[in-house]
Ligand binder design. Structure first.
Ligand SMILES: O=C(O)CCC(=O)C(=O)O
Ligand SMILES: [Mn+2]
Length: 271
């Protein structure tokens, strides 16, 4: 449990004791044992009376999902926590369907390094890498067939997340699907193989949590480490479009939706 969660637990205990004393004073017979205050009632009281804003809270309990929130990273970039939480199971099912037609594979970089993240794509074009370079290809080089079409649910989610971040009428051409297992990582990089240099990248996290690295416009700038969880969406475009970003090596774990993996959907406007 991190420090914020420990503080929340301590705060919760204080609230519980305080509310229990208040209720005993008002309604209990002298000497009678006060009835315990239900956990949900205490959480609602904390939120309703603004004692701790939902945005500032880390989960008091693992099974208490937080309401969605929007965290500004910098001009043109936001982290929408929990934005896709409700759709996450359906998105993971779509990924499994796409991967049947276009299987996950470990691409090789132009420098000859095999990436630890496994990738596939859906949409009008897909991002690929081999010894000749990086490119967007209308066909999957592994099968020669077009990439699977982008599901309507992907398009709607990407467009509404982009709109929430201030980018109206987002119409992505490609969705790169990344699959991480323990130890997989993505080094600091810029997404710069797209012609559109303003439209945002919309990046959806599903399954195991990860540490998303958020740097600056130069590789040498300081890097923030942001914990991202299933259902979180990062959006960056406009003045933030070329910020360096990456993913720290994934920690071991098991998630109800994805097992030992983290899935990331990265939407791009290519043309
Ligand atoms: O997995 C992530 O959160 C980021 C993925 C990414 O930056 C990319 O595919 O270019
Ligand atoms: Mn990227």
């Amino acid at each position: 449990m991190n420090q914020a969660a420990r503080q929340n637990m301590a705060f919760f205990r204080i609230m519980q004791i305080g509310l229990t004393i208040l209720c005993r004073d008002r309604s209990s017979q002298p000497g009678a044992e006060p009835a315990p205050i239900p956990r949900q009632a205490i959480i609602q009281a904390i939120i309703r009376y603004g004692l701790l804003s939902p945005r500032a809270m880390t989960p008091l309990f693992d099974d208490d999902p937080l309401p969605p929130s929007c965290e500004r990273l910098e001009e043109g970039a936001v982290l929408l926590r929990g934005f896709a939480a409700a759709q996450a199971p359906a998105l993971v099912e779509e990924v499994a369907r796409i991967a049947q037609a276009a299987p996950f594979r470990h691409l090789v970089t132009p420098g000859g390094y095999t990436m630890s993240v496994a990738m596939t794509n859906c949409g009008r074009v897909g991002w690929v890498s081999d010894r000749t370079g990086y490119r967007y290809d209308p066909a999957d080089p592994a099968t020669g067939s077009p990439w699977p079409a982008m599901p309507e649910s992907f398009l709607n989610l990407a467009a509404s997340a982009a709109a929430e971040a201030g980018f109206a009428r987002y119409d992505p051409d490609a969705c790169l699907i990344n699959r991480y297992i323990a130890g997989s990582k993505l080094g600091l990089h810029q997404d710069r193989d797209e012609k559109d240099a303003w439209a945002p990248i919309v990046s959806v996290s599903l399954g195991l949590p990860a540490v998303f690295l958020w740097g600056g416009k130069r590789r040498s700038e300081p890097v923030r480490r942001l914990r991202v969880e299933s259902g979180d969406i990062a959006v960056w475009g406009g003045p933030a479009r070329f910020v360096y970003h990456g993913v720290a090596p994934l920690k071991d774990g098991l998630h109800a939706l994805t097992g030992a993996a983290r899935i990331n959907l990265t939407f791009r406007k290519v043309f």
